[in-house]
Design a protein. Sequence first.
Length: 292
Amino acid sequence: MNTKRNGHINGSHHHGNGNGAAPVLITGGAGFIGTNLAHRLLSSHTPVILYDNLSRPGVEQNLDWLRATHGNLVQFEPADVRDCETLRGAVQRASQVFHFAAQVAVTTSLDDPTEDFEINARGTLNMLEALRSLPNPPPLIFTSTNKVYGTMDDVKLRVRDGRYEPEDSIARENGFSEARHLHFHSPYGCSKGAAEQYVLDYSRTFGLRTTVFRMSCIYGLHQFGNEDQGWVAHFFDSRASERTHRDLRRWPAGARRFVCRRFGERVFTRAKKHRDALRTSIQHWRRSGEYD
Ligand SMILES: NC(=O)c1ccc[n+]([C@@H]2O[C@H](COP(=O)([O-])OP(=O)(O)OC[C@H]3O[C@@H](n4cnc5c(N)ncnc54)[C@H](O)[C@@H]3O)[C@@H](O)[C@H]2O)c1
């Protein structure tokens, strides 16, 4: 994960729109990452506004689960980030903002680059303008993507213990530097890349307190993966069918090791050569509660 910081997200600076009980606004709050964050905040009795148009199939189940688990600490705003007026209303009530709502699939961005741009780039600009209109705007966290770095063909890899890793020890130990040059790839990469640059510049130019995370291939609980996005979850949901198993054997060694990240917790599992072994590891994983 790569982080770019401007301002002080966790500083003591207090926003001007309410008291300590003001809710945290999470756009895309019914989605995978939004639901995990909301659950964490709600578990410490922090109220949240989930701002989501429920366009991702399945995420209404996350909304139901959060409501059933946390009751009226959960506020739901069924709205689109392209709806400036409703967005502004939600931002005005917030103590902090996490902007996760997005068109998240590279494939869909290839089918309809305009809609991808409208949701990701324009939707983020709508958010920034809503914040800028406030006398004392709350801080903003934005989730960008590794697609802003392009193919990274220059990074030399080696295979060690069945997985690929960078040859360069600094990259191996610390990940990639923020100084790395940007190469937006795919319409999705361009719309998210444009959005993150606006987020950073609204800090520089207008003094908003913003942070950008550049993330890659996260998966875990509450994710409704499909072939277009969230494919690791989708793969395990398909329960190692014959076809999946056949496909898997053609994959390179590194691709057969998956790294699961669940907000600080890590589980490693290796998809084995034989279907039975793969089944066993999935059953074990399900029993351990890390995935269902
Ligand atoms: N999961 C990953 O591996 C990953 C990697 C890099 C970046 N990201 C970024 O993290 C963020 C969250 O990703 P996620 O994995 O939780 O995705 P997700 O699809 O589970 O969640 C996104 C949520 O946004 C909602 N949404 C989509 N368009 C909307 C719109 N126009 N208005 C309002 N709501 C809308 C969806 O209904 C969904 O609930 C996204 O911005 C994504 O680009 C995710």
